[in-house]
Design a protein around this ligand. Structure first.
Ligand code: BES
Ligand code: MN
Ligand code: ZN
Length: 499
């Protein structure tokens, strides 16, 4: 893994090493074990809080240097707000805030996993550990020099002081699998496009074999035979051949229908012949954020041995201008048999997904499909970077995703579908065209996808605003966010796993 943070578990009564992190509520109340460990220093906390106008607001931090009478180099007090109805995402945030206090080269930190009303549950304490790892992640494999003063606590030795160290250790394995999945997704999004092209992406997805995931790779010949003309049309201008990868994790009942996740994997999107302007075009190395999420999710599920049958499928292409590239005006035939008039070669993601969605619907007959795609600039205009856009033909699935979003902090916001939007993609020459005009661009893109789900319960997540380039947060300092791995792991865990 690309992070090296070490987390161990000790009882709440253990001796403190290095930086001490404690929690208080918005009346500055501390937990009993915490107050005991601080002894006379609790008064100092009150004075420092008042001097710094620290009110225990959720996620706020008070930093006190080497308090007298406490065996710690620094004391960090983190606010837990009202300290009631706290969600998994709150504890992740606490971990992230704690990690931000690891100065360069900090050797050790002890975190008292206790709220004013007593020890945190194992799940809550573990979420803090996950937050620490997510925060300290850094993509620096192409940096040959290290800058002074850069936040770097990634080598620190962390002790999490918990109520039940054995239970926490057990829960840590599953939580660690999920964090590893997020980090895999971030790495894939951050990689430069000269390194991560379709074949290399497929090779990296293939590394999941080690965890017992079954991997099938469709090359151009195989996709041609299946009639995947929509996907292949996008890749035909590239010197790098396209691939589709199907991953299967069979952790559920034998023969039970799987749940399926489908990702857009445009390893680089120049726009093709409808070429994009030069400004920020480099960001289009992240146009495979959907596929990255699916690989990260499959890792998480397999590594924690999720009791569910899961299919992950990713369409991998590079969208380039070339003598052999597809043109506006071309008509392609998708695997479904439906024909598509290409109006704009930059609306390529939906063409890739059309064939992969159809393939998954027909070949695996899933309970549902969720696709993720950095599909439209319009979704960034509509929702910014806080919510992914969600479109669905199934209210139950949509509600479950909404709830998983709130709990995980990877939020989604539902937008409408409907026949009035659908007719905007009718074409005068083919069954449909690949763009629907200027209005409602994210919606007409979703309508296009819906024509390829064959009635399967389905949700589409437009992650163009959340997968990359979003503002840094308490738990993510990286350009590629790994958005969606925690959201979908949660969805599976809450509703689709055998108990
Ligand atoms: N990959 C882009 C969407 C995108 C834009 C993702 C910005 C992340 C940040 C997609 O392939 C695209 O080019 N969409 C076009 C569609 C249009 C041509 C109908 C867009 O959004 O402009
Ligand atoms: Mn495009
Ligand atoms: Zn794209």
């Amino acid at each position: 893994m690309s992070d090296a943070i070490k987390v161990g578990f000790v009882p709440l009564s253990a001796a403190v090493r290095g930086i001490m992190v404690v929690f208080c509520d918005d009346s500055l109340k501390l937990g009993p074990a915490t107050a005991k460990a601080l002894g006379g220093a609790t008064e100092l906390v009150k004075r420092a809080a008042s001097a710094a106008a620290f009110k225990g607001k959720s996620g706020a931090a008070l930093d006190i240097l080497a308090p007298e009478g406490v065996k710690a180099t620094r004391l960090i007090v983190i606010g837990a707000g009202k300290a009631v109805d706290l969600k998994a995402s709150d504890f992740l945030k606490f971990g992230g805030v704690a990690a931000s206090k690891l100065a360069a080269g900090a050797a050790a930190m002890t975190i008292m996993a206790e709220l004013p009303n007593g020890a945190m549950t194992s799940e809550q304490a573990i979420a803090i550990a996950s937050g620490l790892r997510l925060r300290t992640y850094k993509f620096d494999r192409y940096k040959t020099k290290k800058k002074d003063g850069e936040e770097d606590g990634s080598r620190a030795d962390i002790s999490l002081a918990v109520g039940d160290a054995a239970a926490a250790k057990k829960a840590f394995a599953s939580a660690g699998a999920i964090v590893d999945g997020v980090i895999i997704a971030r790495d894939l999004v951050n990689e430069p496009p000269n390194v991560l092209f379709p074949e290399e992406f497929a090779r990296r997805a293939g590394l999941l074999r080690k965890l017992g995931v079954k991997i099938e790779v469709l090359d151009v010949k195989a996709m041609d035979k299946l009639g995947m003309g929509a996907l292949l049309g996008v890749g035909q201008g590239s010197a790098r051949p396209s691939r589709t990868v199907i991953m299967r994790w069979d952790g559920g009942k034998k023969g039970e229908a799987p749940v399926a996740f489908v990702g857009k994997g445009v390893c680089f999107d120049t726009g093709g012949i409808s070429i994009k302007p030069a400004g920020s075009m480099e960001d289009m190395k992240g146009d495979m954020g959907g596929a990255a999420c699916v690989v990260g999710l499959m890792h998480a599920l397999a590594a924690r041995k999720a009791k569910a049958n899961v299919v992950g499928a990713i369409g991998l292409v590079e969208n380039m201008p070339d003598g052999n590239a597809q043109r506006p005006g071309d008509i392609v035939t998708s695997m479904s048999g439906q024909t598509i008039e290409i109006i704009n070669t930059d609306a390529e993601g939906r063409l890739v997904l059309a064939d992969v969605l159809w393939y998954v619907a027909k070949k695996t007959k899933p309970k549902f499909m969720v696709d993720l795609a950095t599909l439209t600039g319009a979704i960034v205009v509509a929702l910014g970077t806080e919510h992914a856009g969600m479109f669905s033909n199934n209210d139950e699935l949509a509600e479950r995703l909404l709830a998983a979003g709130i709990e995980s902090g990877e939020k989604v916001w539902r937008l409408p579908l409907g026949p009035e939007y659908d007719k905007l993609i009718d074409s005068q020459f083919a069954d449909m065209k690949n763009t629907g005009g200027r209005h409602g661009g994210s919606i007409t893109a979703a309508q296009f996808l819906q024509r390829f789900v064959d009635g399967t319960p389905w949700a589409h997540l437009d992650i163009a605003g959340t997968a990359m380039g979003a503002p840094k947060t308490d738990i993510n300092q990286s350009w590629g966010s790994g958005y969606g791995v925690r959201l979908l792991d949660r969805l599976v865990a809450d509703h689709y796993e055998r108990k």
